[in-house]
Ligand binder design. Structure first.
Ligand SMILES: NC(=O)c1ccc[n+]([C@@H]2O[C@H](COP(=O)([O-])OP(=O)(O)OC[C@H]3O[C@@H](n4cnc5c(N)ncnc54)[C@H](OP(=O)(O)O)[C@@H]3O)[C@@H](O)[C@H]2O)c1
Length: 249
């Protein structure tokens, strides 16, 4: 159980972030639900109300662009102000523009690196500075880190940077915080479906032993494991994709 714990979850208004928030609340954690755009404020507020009513926890919402340092500092400070401390921080934000490297504009490059790399750097930095002693940080990367394929160069490059920053942070922490990544396989959310046609989706399904895409419900228990029973593990990247890809030795 997470009774007495406090958790920050970014991108918590939908998909993987939302399901993570629901499952952490069920276990009794207080939650800061982050959302990106002002248009998501209402749905995030509704989710907070539901978690408070159904699970008797404290939930607050916070909106903003996490590639900005002042916003990231505010994210952590508001959680400390409302909950007194932060035990767990889960960074779920990400952006994928799927196209060949040679056709990416500098603007697209900047967008992807701003949200995947800069926001992760800020999140890792302020996690170390603001979390409680022996807290846990989980960063979302991707099983594509092990793929030799076309169309994902900037996504792969930027998520690889997340992995390396996270891994090194785990060695440098002054507060015995665990820093780990989780790398889902192709996951059944609009993040993926908006970018792949039906034949590609069928191909991706066929790569898994169970012949289906990864569901958010496949990933949440692993996030819970990392922060709770997996506390002896740090600096790792857990690939969770039902046989789609495995990192080489
Ligand atoms: N779906 C997949 O196939 C898959 C596979 C492996 C790994 N992942 C990773 O898993 C994580 C969750 O993905 P998901 O499928 O659940 O999709 P998702 O809901 O679209 O998650 C991405 C989140 O990042 C937020 N975001 C984007 N730019 C931001 C910014 N500048 N500041 C703050 N937040 C920002 C998005 O908000 P807005 O949409 O409102 O901008 C969204 O909430 C991502 O890190 C993704 O890279 C996904």
């Amino acid at each position: 159980m997470f009774n007495g714990k406090s958790t920050i979850i970014t991108g918590a208004n939908k998909n993987l972030g939302k399901q993570t928030a629901i499952e952490f609340a069920k276990e009794g954690s207080n939650i800061l639900l982050h959302y990106h755009l002002p248009s998501s404020a209402n749905e995030t507020e509704q989710l907070a109300k539901l978690l408070i009513n159904d699970y008797n926890i404290n939930a607050i919402i916070f909106g903003g662009n996490l590639s900005q340092e002042d916003i990231t500092i505010e994210l952590f400070d508001i959680a400390i102000e409302k909950f007194g401390k932060i035990d767990y921080a889960i960074n779920n934000v990400g952006l994928m523009i799927r196209k060949p490297l040679f056709t990416n504009s500098l603007d697209e490059y900047n967008k992807m690196f701003d949200i995947n790399v800069k926001a992760s750097f800020l999140f890792l930095k302020y996690s170390e500075l603001k979390l409680s002693e022996k807290g846990s940080v989980v960063m979302l990367t991707t099983s594509l880190l092990s793929a030799y394929t076309e169309g994902f160069s900037l996504y792969q490059a930027s998520k690889a940077a997340v992995y390396w920053m996270c891994k090194t942070a785990s060695k440098e922490t002054q507060k015995k915080i665990t820093f780990n990544c989780i790398s889902p396989g192709p996951m059944n959310t609009p993040f993926l479906s908006g970018k792949e046609d039906e034949s590609r989706i069928n191909f991706l399904k066929n790569q898994a032993i169970e012949k289906r895409l990864t569901d958010v419900d496949d990933i949440v228990p692993i996030i819970k494991f990392i922060v709770k029973d997996g506390k002896w593990m740090t600096g790792q990247n857990l690939f969770a994709n039902n046989g789609f890809l495995a990192p080489s030795a």
